[in-house]
Design a protein around this ligand. Structure first.
Ligand code: ADP
Length: 638
């Protein structure tokens, strides 16, 4: 029995020893926590004696020269008393050195003591202040921005707006965005900022405000500190830039409109002017050609003057019309690789007789042996060269000379030069020479011209990528030149123009021919009637409008129809289509006869299938030749 008891006791002792050592380990670990707490913790007994203080508390209490087992400093006495009396104590704020503390007292029931916990408070107030200052400077910054800045909430309120926004749209407090910006009572259609709410992506747009300003706006998604979804909108006033742009656009549109109406006007004007010119020139030609009742010599002289004045007027009309085509950019250019030499030579030979007549020598300086390929529109280029050589002869002195030269330029251009020994051009006139209607030669009154030629030439050459220029010395002469790019491509073969002699082509046929003239202006009908009187085999029928014309054509099937284009009611082009649609009339050749001299009109008519196109004023020999040609062809076909 004893042995058993001893063994139990030994085991028990062993167990107790083990428990003790474990407990000791735990106790060892325990008090380290309050000790290591960086905040002050201390305990006071009922007598006001500090019975415990951690390291931080010891440091704090040193402020009052107080340590463990001393009486608590007076500042704490009230909260400790309140706590022992089960009263709520207000936390105690104490500054110790640079630190601010709040001390809370808690009654520890088991021990009958009061625990004091200090917390090291950050100075909230000064933090607040600092924050406020920071916020203010941020707002100041936003207020100084030269843009409207605001925050938009999805409930249409505007939580923040900077100064520029407030100045322009008003104070956003208690107001909705649609009221602020649009003076509306209801939300608008989805606008840029609200699109951002939908797809959370940045939106940039141009916005016109009610007061006529234009803004470039950028709306960006934005979350405030509470995580609320907002949109940040910045609007930069670009009214001035926009205005400048708009002005430019409007100015351009107006210029285009003006230009359009100008060419429209010129086309109309040329039509209106050509019709009476047609009568004047046509009838004077007839009078001059009349052999039955020949004019007296002085009358012939007068007629010559009328013709010459009329021709000048006609030239003016044509040039103004041409200028408007060139200026409007409607010129149809066919840029080809061509040899300059035969082209210039063609113009050269045209002027040879005029030069001889005026006792002016027209020569080449030297003609290059090889061909001289350039990229140009042949017809228009010739027009410019014609103008320059004609001027060099017109504004020359008696026994003067004109020398045409070719010179390759360093920059890949070919320079065609025309040097004269004429009047020259005064320095103060030099910058006006390419302007329309500027004529300043001393003898300009006596020398034929319109003052438009050089204007047109310049436009023509420049539209081909070339340049035109001149040098001149008054009394010595001028040197005009055209520079055009040299081509490295193969040339197109030049068509040789064959001119046929009008009278020889006419074969008098005994068979009668009928010509129908559809024309509303009686004087025109009269003129054509008198012209065609010279062809005894031709009978002229006429109709004052398209419908009558078509009816007559159906009944009589004429050999030729002369069709005016501007007719009352149905116009000549429509009448043409109608005639083409009837079996009986579709084989009849139709010549358009009109005062519309615009290139486009001519092309349109020819494309439609008109046999030919004659512009008024009628050039009598040409007109007769065309009519003869058509009727002869008809005769051969029969
Ligand atoms: P136009 O010959 O019909 O008057 P242009 O436009 O061809 O019109 O020329 C304008 C003006 O420039 C002429 O009126 C004339 O005063 C001057 N001019 C042109 N070419 C010459 C030249 N080779 N020598 C002297 N003056 C010239």
């Amino acid at each position: 029995g004893m042995a058993l008891l001893v063994s139990i006791t030994q085991r028990e002792i062993q167990r107790l020893v083990e428990s003790k050592s474990q407990l000791e380990k735990r106790i060892d670990a325990l008090p380290k926590f309050p000790e290591q707490n960086p905040l002050p913790v201390f305990q006071v007994d009922k007598a006001g004696v500090i019975v415990y203080a951690n390291l931080a508390a010891e440091k704090a209490l040193a402020n009052w020269n107080c340590k463990i087992l001393d009486t608590i400093p007076d500042v704490f006495k009230n909260i400790i008393k309140d706590t022992f009396n089960y009263q709520d104590s207000t936390p105690l704020h104490i500054d110790i050195g640079q630190h601010k503390y709040v001390f809370d007292a808690v009654y520890s029931k088991g021990q009958g003591r009061v625990n004091i916990y200090g917390s090291n408070v950050i100075n909230l107030e000064s933090t607040h202040q600092a924050l406020n200052i920071e916020r203010q400077s941020f707002y100041d910054m936003l207020d100084n921005l030269p843009i409207c800045f605001h925050l938009q909430a999805s409930d249409y309120s505007v939580p923040y707006a900077n100064k520029m926004f407030r100045e322009r749209f008003g104070d956003p407090e208690d107001r909705k965005c649609f009221d602020l910006m649009y003076r509306r009572e209801q939300p608008c259609e989805v606008c840029s900022p609200f699109k951002v709410f939908d797809d959370n992506k940045k939106q940039t747009s141009v916005w016109n405000s009610m007061d006529g300003h234009t803004y470039l706006t950028v709306c960006t998604p934005f979350k405030d500190s509470n995580g609320k979804d907002l949109v940040m909108e910045m609007a930069m006033d670009i009214t001035n830039q926009e205005n400048a742009k708009m002005e430019a656009i409007i100015a351009k549109e107006e210029a285009e409109k003006a230009n359009y109406s100008k060419s429209e006007f010129l086309a109309r004007m040329s039509h209106e002017l050509r019709t009476p010119m047609n009568a004047i020139l046509g009838f004077t030609q007839l009078l001059q050609m009349d052999q039955k009742n020949p004019l007296a010599d002085y009358q012939k002289e007068n007629m010559k003057r009328v013709t010459s004045a009329g021709n000048h007027l006609l030239e003016l009309i044509n040039e103004v019309l041409d200028l408007s085509t060139v200026e409007s950019g409607e010129m149809d250019l066919k840029i080809e690789t061509l040899d300059l030499i035969p082209l210039v030579d063609n113009v050269f030979s045209i002027f040879q007789s005029l030069a001889n007549e005026k006792n002016i020598s027209l020569k080449y300086e030297e003609i290059p042996h090889e061909s001289c390929l350039v990229e140009i529109d042949a017809l228009r280029f010739k027009q410019a060269v014609l103008n320059l050589i004609s001027n060099a002869i017109k504004y020359n002195k008696p026994n003067g000379s004109v020398i045409v030269s070719y010179k390759k330029q360093g920059n890949g251009n070919m320079r065609l030069g025309i040097r004269d020994t004429g009047h020259g051009i005064a320095e103060d006139k030099m910058d006006k020479i390419f302007q329309p209607f500027e004529r300043f030669d001393v003898d300009a009154d006596q020398i034929e011209g319109t003052g438009i030629g050089l204007t047109i030439s310049k436009k023509i050459i420049e539209s081909m990528g070339g340049t035109i220029g001149f040098e001149s010395v008054v009394g010595e002469g001028s040197f005009f030149y055209i520079d055009v790019p040299v081509s490295d491509k193969k040339p197109v073969s030049l068509e040789i123009e064959v001119s046929s002699d009008s009278t020889s082509a006419f074969v008098e046929t005994s068979s009668k021919k009928t010509v129908l003239y559809i024309e509303d202006v009686p004087v025109n009908v009269d003129l054509v009637r008198q012209i065609l009187n010279r062809r005894h085999h031709i009978e002229l029928l006429s109709a004052p409008n398209a419908l009558d014309g078509i009816r007559i054509a159906e009944v009589t099937t004429p050999d030729l129809i002369l069709m005016d284009i501007h007719l009352p009611g149905m116009n000549g082009l429509e009448a043409f289509k109608k005639l083409q649609a009837f079996n009986k009339t579709k084989g009849i050749p139709i010549i358009a006869l009109t005062a519309d001299a615009m290139d486009g009109d001519i092309k349109k008519a020819l494309d439609m299938g008109f046999y030919s196109y004659i512009t008024k004023p009628i050039d009598v020999p040409n007109f007769l030749e065309t009519v003869d040609r058509v009727l002869n062809q008809q005769a051969k076909l029969l």
